[in-house]
Design a protein around this ligand. Structure first.
Ligand SMILES: [Zn+2]
Length: 258
């Protein structure tokens, strides 16, 4: 257990939460399935906040990231953290270099990952794909890039087995990963019982704090050449390119959803 005062930022998505495996649970906010899915997400967040508090973390910020962000259920907020939700706001509102590490919770593998539950990159409707300096990247690398622009490392990633694999591939072997399920295909999974995933998340939180020293902020070689491909409303794949010459949080955030 660490005795040093720590500040941790939690970025959330919905597709990688415990118990979520169908787009019917993540797209239509009015559906009972959606409301149940965000309850699952709140349960995962609560386990993580509990684990971090027990390990002595003094400040925790949780940001609501799925689909622009208005997913939190206020009466299910675990005490001991600040919860940021709604629009308009910056993607990683309030993130600065005073944070010791970032945890990605409910994340998913990039578009095209065969065993990635609900795999996509940014828009699953448009089937977008993104490349940075020719390396195809998903939302794990994109969030890591934004975090890296202010010098904060990703220390833990929570999602399905494919998400954990992608996290290690982009961020290195020191990042702590916790699997909430194992994908069979895009909308089929072996689900893990909530008690098991949440115990693992809380335990993993303590390990993640010890991993801070071994996790480096994610950075790319400048300038960053970006490409996006998508197929929505078109017969053939469309593509657009952009070059970024400055690694400011503003510029880097722009290339994660252009
Ligand atoms: Zn999402």
């Amino acid at each position: 257990m660490t005795k040093i005062k720590r500040k941790i930022y939690i970025s959330t998505d919905l597709e990688g939460a415990s118990g979520v495996w169908r787009f019917a649970q993540t797209r239509d906010r009015t559906s009972p399935l959606f409301i149940q899915a965000v309850e699952y997400l709140m349960g995962d967040i609560a386990a993580l906040v509990r684990g971090l508090r027990e390990a002595g973390v003094s400040k925790i910020t949780v940001i609501d990231g799925h689909s622009g962000g208005s997913n939190f259920i206020p009466h299910l907020m675990e005490p001991g953290a600040k919860y940021l939700t709604g629009q308009p706001r910056r993607t990683m509102e309030g993130l600065d270099k005073t944070y010791d590490g970032i945890i990605l919770l409910g994340y998913h593998a990039m578009k095209g990952t065969p065993d990635g539950v609900l795999n996509h990159t940014q828009s699953s409707m448009a089937e977008s794909r993104y490349w940075y300096n020719r390396r195809e990247s998903g939302e794990i690398a994109q969030t890591a890039l934004i975090a890296g622009s202010v010098g904060v490392p990703i220390i833990m990633v929570i999602g399905d087995v494919a998400t954990c694999r992608e996290a290690k591939r982009f961020l290195g072997s020191n990042v702590v990963t916790i699997a909430t399920k194992r994908g069979i295909s895009r909308e089929a999974a072996e689900l893990y019982p909530f008690q098991e995933t949440r115990t693992a998340i809380a335990k993993g939180a303590k390990k993640a704090l010890d991993a801070i020293a071994g996790c480096k902020p994610f950075k790319l070689k400048m300038p960053i050449h970006c490409k996006r491909e998508w197929i929505e409303h078109t017969e053939r794949p469309q593509e657009t390119r952009v070059v970024v010459r400055e690694a400011s949080i503003r510029d880097v955030t722009k290339i994660c959803a252009f």
